[in-house]
Structure formats: structure tokens, C-alpha cells
Design a protein. Structure first.
Length: 579
């Protein structure tokens, strides 16, 4: 079997399908994709809204609730406790398959009728203002998090507590403004740094204590800008910097940014892994184009924010005990042979499902739990199910759904983006593939226009006290203007509030008040990161003491684009430089 080049239906660019890809598609009994990997990721991500929350009503009880679905979608939304109860049955909404209509049109009709859980949360306590949370307690404006407690303004956190403003981290405690970090205690403003304590402004560091403004440093104490100090000298300098002042904080951040400019960067953060390409990968093997992997991936490709999975392609939030998974979001926990699924867990042999759990042999279902052999939520016998599924697949080939841009959706394509209940710029697609409204229109992606905010600013950002010691409790609950004033492209809410526990955290740790709303802070963090894309490059090291003559000849796949200014090293040269 040979590699095959195809032209993407969406962007018209050429992409390649490798022999091992055809093997996987054969095992899943699906045709090869007609969209390139990046466009497939964008198409999936449009179906996941993590951070935009709305006031809505439970269609069952009339209770006011917080929902990821806005009232304008006119979808039927239930409070999660009711949705998970036995007070209703999704099969009561089942419809007969109509061969005169396209499958996706019928599925969208079903989707508009079946009750949906207001949030993608499971086993949460006092965490209503958050989405896609599992096993979380006392979490506020946090999203896609697992096993956290007392966590605010964070995304993608695993097993962390008493922290704020984190992104894609695990095992953190009393931490602030960190991302892509693990196993830290009182680390503030850290990036790709692990096993550190009582430190601030670290970049690619490990096992540091009492350090400030360091990069590529290992196993050190009392360092500032990578220079060693005594304990007494360090504490004196730290007081002089006094980052409790917002002006001092801005000045130091600028100095730190300048300091790391000429320091070598690791081509990719790949730990305890073999034969993998991607970035931010832990304990995995035989995988390509995978990003933000918490561990234990095998024989997988094009996976983002994933853990514990074998033989999975094209997904976000996949795995946790799953295998043979294809094209999905937040699906695959303890599952096998699932394809084209959203919020689908503990299931087997399911295809084109949304918010389905603990089921087998589903095709085109919504909200189904603990059922077997259902098509468009209607129950069938095993023989009837298998016969009708084959008929639908044939019909999808002969009579495919065609969207407004002329893109064709036969069996094997993910849900059409124009059927999603979310706008592009309220979905996670905007986080990982930011585009303009004009670009969204070009691709036929829906775009949400900015709505008028209905509140009055009580404190302008420039009127906030410069130093945290001068902030009193009266600021709690006040409407504070975001410094961006809605003039950025970061989903700015234009205003924000300070909570009582948040203020205590700032005061205890001598941290200046933020001047940006949580959304803008989130996008500021994302701006520091590389895209979910790989380029083939060569190591830039020219140092003779790194066991090579002249320039290093090692090559690799990296998320640093060739035109970027950073100095990028292969793993061998990087370790020579920093260890």
C-alpha cells in the first residue's frame, strides 16, 4: 500500500494519507478523509463550546440555569440532575429513517428535539460556573478540568487545587498563571516547568526552589535570571522587585521576555516517549501529530488533549481507557469502536452520536443512555439494526448532505459545521485555530456578533490601586473595566469582578490585581504557545562542544515555524545546553 495525496474539500490544500492510515481506516471500516488534518480539527472543534456560558431555563422544571447552549438556539435544555435521572427516556423522541432525506438533515431534526444536559459536567460540587468538568469541587469559571478543588479561571487542569489562571497543567497546588506545567507548589507565571516550588517566572525549568526569572535551569535554589545568589541576597532582591506592584510586574515581565529571547528552545516537549511526533507529550509511543498528551497513548494520530488511548485518530479530549476511536470530541472513556461522537462515553460500536452514554450499537442518536441497537433514537432488533445501518451508509454515499459551500458529506465525514449549535468564535476552534470573521465567512463557519453588555462599570482599570497592599475588601463584587475595553480579538467581556477568596489569594502571595477579564487572560496565555502544527526543520546548534563539527545535522518535526526567530535545538543538543 502506498501513500496517497488528496486535495482538501475545505482549504483546497494538498494533504497526504500514509499506508498506516489506510490500515486504521480499514479496521474502523470507514473511508479515508476528504478534509486535511487541520480542517478536520477545526470542523470538530466548532461542535464544542467550553467557555461561553448563558442564562437559560430548564425545559422540564422551568428552573433558571447556566448553560453552554444560548436561548437563541431554541434547543431543549434540561438541568443535568434531571437529564441524568429516569424522569425521561431519549427513545421516546425516536424517528423513523426517511430515505428521501439526507441522513444529516434527519439527525439535526432529532438533535433539535431531544433534551440536552445544560453543561458537560459530571460529579461536580459548587461548580455551576464551569463546563466539561469531572470530579471537581468549588471551581469557578474553569473548563475541561478533571479532579480539581478550589480552582478558578482555568482550563485543562488535572488534579490541582487552590490555584488560579492555569492552562493544561496537572498536579498543581497554590499556583498562579501557569501553563503546560506539572507537579508544582507555589509556582507563579510558569511555562513548561515541572517539580518547582516557591518560584516565579520560569520557562522550561525543572526541580527549582526559590528562583525568579529563570530559563532552561535544573536542580537549583535561589537563582535570579539564572544567576546564583545566597538565600539572604535572593530574599533582598525579591523584595526590591516587589511584584505586588502592577507597574513593577509589567517592568519585570518585559525584562524576563527579553532575557529568554536568545536562549535555545527544545524542538518539542516529549517526555518518556518513543517514536512520536507532536508537542507536550508524556509517556507515549508510536504516535504522530499528537499534542497536549497527559500519558499512555499508543498507535494514535491527530489527537489533542488526550490520555490513555490505543488506536485513536482525530480527536480532542479522547481516551481515558478507549481504543479504536475516530473523529470525536470528549468521547471514548472506557469505550471501543466509536466514531463521529461528541460527549459519548462508556460505549461500544457507536456512530454519529451526541451526549450518549453506556450504550452499544448506536447510529445517529442523541441523549441515549444504556441502550442497544438504536437508530435516530428508535429501538430495533439486532437484525433490523444491522440491515438498516448498511442501508443508511449506502444512502449517504448515493444521496450525501451538501452544505452551503458545496462541501459533500458522505458516510465517513464528521458532522457538518453548519449544523452545530455554536458559532465558530464561541467554540474551542477559536482557541486553537483563530481566524477573522472574513475567513470564517469564506469557509462557511457561523460567526457571533458582539452583544451589548448590560452593566455599568464601577471601577476603571487605570483607577485600580497599583499595589495589592493598598486594595481593601470593598473591591469584592465591584464591576471592574477590562483594560482591553472590548477592543481586542480575545472574546473580551469588557468587565470582571474580584471574588473574596481571589482577593485573599492575591494578598497572601503579594500578587498585583489583574487588569484583564478572565477571557482576555486566557487568550493572552494561549498567545504564548505554538500552533497545533508541525514543520520539518534542522537543529540550529553550532556549538563545537556538543559533539558535532560545525552545525548540528539532526532533523525533527517541530511546532516552531521556520520563519520564527527562536533558536531551536534537537533533544541531544538541548540536553547538553541545560543539564
Amino acid at each position: 500500500m502506498q501513500s496517497e495525496f488528496k486535495s482538501c474539500q475545505n482549504c483546497k490544500q494538498e494533504f497526504i494519507i500514509e499506508p498506516e492510515d489506510f490500515v486504521f481506516y480499514g479496521k474502523m471500516q470507514v473511508p479515508p478523509p476528504t478534509w486535511c488534518p487541520d480542517c478536520r480539527a477545526m470542523r470538530r472543534m466548532i461542535w464544542r463550546n467550553e467557555r461561553s456560558l448563558y442564562h437559560n431555563k430548564c425545559a422540564f422544571s422551568g428552573k433558571n440555569l447556566i448553560s453552554m447552549f444560548s436561548p437563541e438556539t431554541k434547543l431543549t435544555v434540561y438541568d443535568r440532575d434531571i437529564w441524568w435521572s429516569d424522569k425521561w427516556d431519549a427513545t421516546e423522541y425516536g424517528i423513523d429513517y426517511d430515505p428521501s432525506k439526507t441522513f444529516f438533515a434527519q439527525w439535526r431534526e432529532l438533535f433539535s428535539r431531544v433534551p440536552l444536559a445544560n453543561l458537560g459536567n459530571s460529579n461536580v460540587v459548587n461548580s455551576d460556573y464551569g463546563n466539561h468538568l469531572t470530579d471537581c469541587k468549588n471551581c469557578y469559571l474553569s473548563y475541561a478540568c478533571f479532579k480539581n478543588e478550589n480552582l478558578h479561571y482555568s482550563q485543562g487542569s488535572l488534579r490541582s487545587k487552590d490555584s488560579m489562571d492555569l492552562c493544561d497543567v496537572m498536579d498543581m497546588e497554590f499556583c498562579y498563571e501557569d501553563q503546560l506545567c506539572a507537579k508544582n507548589y507555589k509556582l507563579f507565571w510558569g511555562f513548561e516547568s515541572d517539580d518547582c516550588m516557591d518560584s516565579m517566572f520560569l520557562y522550561s525549568c525543572a526541580n527549582l526552589q526559590h528562583c525568579l526569572g529563570c530559563v532552561n535551569l535544573r536542580h537549583q535554589n535561589y537563582c535570579i535570571f539564572n544567576q546564583q545568589y545566597t538565600k539572604e541576597e535572593y530574599e533582598k532582591r525579591l523584595k526590591e522587585y516587589d511584584l505586588g506592584s502592577y507597574k513593577n510586574f509589567l517592568k519585570f515581565r518585559q525584562e524576563f521576555t527579553k532575557f529568554i529571547e536568545d536562549k535555545p528552545r527544545r524542538f518539542a516537549l516529549i517526555i518518556k516517549s518513543q517514536n512520536v511526533t507532536g508537542d507536550n507529550i508524556n509517556n507515549s509511543k508510536d504516535c504522530d501529530h499528537i499534542f497536549i498528551v497527559y500519558g499512555n497513548l499508543e498507535n494514535s494520530k491527530y489527537a489533542i488533549r488526550t490520555v490513555d488511548m490505543r488506536d485513536g485518530y482525530d480527536g480532542y479530549g479522547m481516551g481515558a481507557g478507549g481504543e479504536f476511536l475516530y473523529e470525536g470530541l470528549d468521547f471514548g472513556v472506557d469505550s471501543a469502536r466509536n466514531a463521529f461522537g461528541i460527549l459519548n462515553h462508556r460505549s461500544m460500536d457507536t456512530y454519529y452520536t451526541y451526549m450518549c452514554y453506556s450504550s452499544k450499537n448506536l447510529f445517529g442518536c442523541v441523549g441515549v443512555r444504556s441502550k442497544q441497537h438504536c437508530i435516530l433514537n428508535k429501538q430495533y432488533s439486532k437484525e433490523e439494526y444491522e440491515k438498516l445501518v448498511e442501508r443508511i451508509k449506502q444512502d449517504m454515499e448515493a444521496n450525501p448532505y451538501v452544505d452551503k459551500k458545496g462541501r459533500v458529506y458522505k458516510y465517513g465525514e464528521f458532522f457538518p459545521s453548519e449544523l452545530s449549535p455554536f458559532y465558530y468564535n464561541e467554540s474551542i476552534a477559536e482557541d486553537y485555530y483563530p481566524i477573522s470573521k472574513e475567513q470564517a465567512d469564506k469557509y462557511g463557519f457561523a460567526w457571533k456578533e458582539k452583544s451589548k453588555r448590560e452593566y455599568d462599570i464601577e471601577i476603571k482599570s487605570e483607577d485600580l490601586p497599583d499595589h495589592i497592599k493598598d486594595v481593601d475588601d470593598s473591591i469584592v463584587g465591584k464591576v471592574i473595566e477590562c483594560a482591553h475595553r472590548g477592543e481586542c480579538e480575545q472574546q473580551c467581556t469588557e468587565a470582571f469582578k474580584i471574588r473574596a477568596d481571589e482577593l485573599t489569594f492575591y494578598k497572601t502571595n503579594n500578587i498585583a490585581l489583574p487588569r484583564l477579564c478572565p477571557n482576555c487572560r486566557h487568550y493572552e496565555r494561549l498567545a504564548q504557545r505554538n500552533p497545533l502544527h508541525l514543520w520539518h526543520r534542522s537543529c540550529m546548534c553550532k556549538k563545537e562542544n556538543h559533539e558535532h563539527k560545525g552545525k548540528c545535522t539532526n532533523e525533527f518535526e517541530t511546532s516552531y515555524a521556520p520563519e520564527r526567530p527562536e533558536i531551536v535545538y534537537c533533544e541531544k543538543c538541548y540536553q547538553k545546553e541545560v543539564y
